[in-house]
Design a protein around this ligand. Structure first.
Ligand code: GDP
Ligand code: IMO
Ligand code: MG
Length: 429
């Protein structure tokens, strides 16, 4: 049994990572987020009750699990505190003792959200972001203008940095985008209050994790978004602004991952994408609408309808390769029940030639034609299946096809939104 499991998304996000993390978290001492921000929407369904998490790690519904937010995560403190309140009202106890927020996290503040929204309202270059200020906050981190959680507790330095930042951001907001600017006075008062409320959660996450690893504690690392949204290896520029690959788990938490770590990529049995950007297997017809309805494919963060399509194995194989993943968990197999023939994309055709990977020039992806292999579907209702021996033959074949094509092993099949709807083929913990 490994000491740690790293869970990442292998497509364009929303693969069902939250559900898988919640399932594995029953055996974990700690669940740690290492990148992204509240652009993420991770859905857990326990005893029929739905909880959507954006920043708080998906182990929070297990009372024994500590939940860490590492320095690689950009934190909107208002969103963080709102999420904490929702959980408190839902009866989750000891949140201050269980949630550890790194003092090195960069803050998403009002001007980041205004800039994100202002850029998105321009027609050209629209990415279809979540408008949560993610890109502008990561930009400030890289350009060394960011405000970090620790800065909240050094009033004079915070004020000094803010003054410089506001001069630049307000110029951009007012003069370039023609939108409302942010006032220094209201900002300072607001963040003084936020600093006080945030304090009980703030810790040196790197040191806490280092100690836990040393004490042989079981650690679960929770990725957000997916490989195809990675800022370097995704379908650039239609990506998010962080690294989503498993190697980010160590960087985004400031501690090595244990030697004995299992890396699990989560895929959906078909493909979805929210926002703009190329999507070769997208179905814009009535069948795509049917998939959206039967899979409840609406964004957990923004409520936007997700674009739906057949499983793109060229994209999955590429994602598996760049992330070094050997094991997969597949979700939403139940959604495909009753479809007589299933298509999976095994190559792209472009200018008379076949392509077998995601090209660096992703503009090509919007012009390729998918080459499909057709596999027989299954009619059985999977929602009560728990035993690997009871997996219907056609689904077995579908899983084997994915494994052979991508060079991976499928460890787990998810057959419903609920925590219990899992066929655990190869136990992780
Ligand atoms: P994440 O961002 O990767 O955590 O995924 P989301 O929570 O954004 O989206 C996944 C959606 O699928 C949520 O509504 C989940 O409740 C749901 N879900 C997860 N696994 C399954 C499954 O195996 N079957 C079905 N029908 N729904 C699932
Ligand atoms: P989870 O963790 C799906 C997408 C946005 C947009 C692009 C950039 O729930 O899987 P951003 O706001 O990050 O600057 O937007 O990335 N995106 C996601 N799509 N699931 C997510 O997270 C996403 N987080 C960002 O729709 O296309
Ligand atoms: Mg999501």
């Amino acid at each position: 049994m490994p000491q740690a499991v790293v869970i990442i998304g292998v497509q364009w996000g929303d693969e069902g990572k939250g559900k898988i993390v919640d399932y594995y978290a029953s055996s974990a001492d700690m669940v740690a987020r290492f990148q992204g921000g509240n652009n993420a929407g991770h859905t857990l369904v326990v005893d029929g009750k739905k909880t959507i998490l954006h920043l708080i790690p998906s182990g929070i519904l297990h009372p024994h699990a500590k939940c860490l937010i590492g320095s690689g995560v950009v934190v909107d403190p208002e969103n963080f505190l709102q999420e904490v309140e929702i959980l408190r009202k839902a009866g989750i106890a000891n949140l201050e003792e269980r949630i550890y927020l790194s003092d090195r996290c960069h803050l998403i503040v009002d001007y980041h959200k205004h800039l994100d929204a202002a850029r998105e309202s321009k027609k050209a270059g629209k990415i279809g972001t979540t408008k949560r200020g993610i890109g502008p906050a990561y930009e400030d981190r890289a350009s060394r203008r960011g405000l970090r959680v620790a800065d909240l507790y050094n009033e004079s330095a915070f004020e000094e940095k803010l003054k410089e930042n506001l001069a630049e951001k307000n110029f951009l907001l007012k003069q370039y985008y023609g939108v409302e600017s942010v006032s220094m006075e209201s900002f300072l008062a607001k963040y003084k209050d936020i600093a006080r409320k945030l304090k009980p959660f703030v810790r040196d996450v790197s040191a806490e994790l280092f100690q836990a690893i040393d004490e042989d504690k079981k650690i679960l690392y929770e990725g957000a978004q997916g490989v195809l949204l990675d800022v370097d290896y995704g379908t650039y520029p239609y990506v998010t602004s962080s690294q989503t690959l498993p190697s980010q788990a160590a960087l985004g938490l400031g501690a090595r991952v244990p030697k004995d770590t299992l890396f699990v990529g989560v895929i959906k049995a078909y493909s979805t994408r929210v926002g703009e950007g190329p999507f070769p297997t997208e179905l814009t017809d009535a069948f795509g609408d049917q998939l959206r309805e039967s899979g409840s494919e609406y964004g957990a963060t923004t409520g936007r309808p997700r674009r739906c399509g057949w499983l793109d194995l060229v994209a999955v194989k590429y994602a598996v390769q760049v992330s070094g993943i050997k094991n997969l968990a597949i979700t939403k197999a139940d959604v495909l029940s009753g479809i007589s023939e299933l298509k999976v994309c095994i190559a792209y055709e472009y200018q008379g030639k076949r392509i077998h990977t995601i090209p660096a020039d992703t503009s090509i992806l919007s012009k390729v034609k998918p080459v499909y292999e057709t596999l027989p579907g299954w009619n059985e209702d999977l929602t009560q299946v728990r035993n690997p021996q009871d997996i219907p033959q056609s689904l077995q074949n579908y899983l084997r096809f994915i494994e052979n094509f991508t060079g991976t092993r499928i460890n787990l099949v998810s057959t419903g939104a609920g925590r219990e709807a899992v066929i655990d083929i190869q136990k992780a913990f």
